[in-house]
Design a protein around this ligand. Sequence first.
Ligand code: UDX
Ligand code: UDX
Length: 452
Amino acid sequence: MKICCIGAGYVGGPTMAMIAHKCKDHTVTVVDINQARIDAWNSSELPVFEPGLDEIVRANRGKNLFFSTDVDTAIREAEMIFLSVNTPTKTYGVGAGRAADLRYIEKCARKIAEVADDDKIVVEKSTLPVRTAESVKRILESNSNGRKFQILSNPEFLAEGTAMEDLEAPDRVLIGGDQTPDGLVAIKKLVDVYATWVRPENILTTNLWSSELSKLTANAFLAQRISSINAISALCEETGANVDEVAHAIGTDSRIGPKFLKASVGFGGSCFQKDILNLVYLCEHFGLPDVAAYWNGVIEMNDYQKHRFGRRVISSMFNTVSDKKIAVLGFAFKKDTNDTRESAAIYVCGDLLEEQAQLAIYDPKVTEKQIRYDLAVAEDNPCVSICSDAYEATKDAHAILILTEWDEFKALDFKQIYDSMQLPAFLFDGRNLLDLNALREIGFEASGIGRG
Ligand code: UDX
Ligand code: UDX
């Protein structure tokens, strides 16, 4: 079968690379309107950093995995078309700040209607509001000219940084589709693709709307756990409890489970906030304001956590960070990715820049250009310097902020760092990554999240 995917981003690229890798009988073409992105996919410097991705792309590119900007040809030739374009939060008009902006999805549907000359299975990979498939279907059917289109929902559950592992051994694959004879045939075709390497009992099939809603609900539940433990972290700081101990204690209850209970400076990433805002908007749209308010609380708690961290830094440092050099270690929204979308670091740095701090930022994978773009600071802005390692960033600094849990930060020589800093030397661990007692022994004024 010929498969095409529109959108060569963090989701489309790795997912299609894995399908090509596992299904040698299928030809997979990933297309994107962004020429630079496609060029990067075709080069040795991929646009997405994911452990294990390089090897898989290198092994399959040019064989049954292709990256191209020729969207029309790829659509025309494919039997199955994945939509993996971005669906950002709307910034304008009705639903601004909450609803999903579906213009790219709609454009894709219109493009398929325009260029397809035979039947197609269209698979929604992007996270979408419930009943988006209906709009896609209507656009396709109104322009069908005798062609038949089947729409499936196949939400992605991969997490960045572990995308290849998640794709290789998913907890489950979810496929939603019409429960009609043609719909069931289309579902079966997609099931067969995944069944090449995923156990049948891990491939769940549902109706379209359950599948779409399951994705939003999964992300809302995951984010809700983080906001819950972060809320408790504030109470721990007041009471002398240790949030990591509390998380461990509750996580051993098999009904709660240990995952996603790590207190942090706040969750980031392209999905959690966007999807919850979307869920909130949907609830309001369907006349359920109480349900909307409940889920909105998860976002409010996350905002509180991000700003609370900055406030604690400032109050600990004698209520002023003005003109003080502050080393920021980590800028990505989590370790093992170069993605900074909605990273808590953006908000923390923003708050400190407002207080006129001098930031020296180091991240192992995020480029200077990206950091400057996220913080809206030009290269000649004297308040922000981007460093090439942690030692340069921390030299002469008054404080260190750990904002991403990169493994390499655990291996730093903190004695050497301490000796190069201004005193008192503060360290704020926004990821509870380091051993605070060992740092205090060196002389640091060290604090973490929820460790009173
Ligand atoms: C995106 C969505 O953000 C997420 O909700 C969804 O679950 C999966 O797709 P991601 O892959 O991380 O996630 O987005 P991004 O890295 O921005 O990639 C989207 C790509 O689509 C971009 O490269 C963009 O150029 C491309 N695109 C967008 C098109 O090719 N055509 C369009 O019309 C619009
Ligand atoms: C998430 C979902 O996990 C994934 O299933 C979905 O497909 C896309 O959205 P992602 O955003 O890539 O994936 O990463 P994830 O590991 O979920 O982390 C999101 C944010 O939560 C990160 O900023 C992370 O640092 C933070 N986090 C995660 C915590 O603060 N504490 C935790 O216990 C777990």
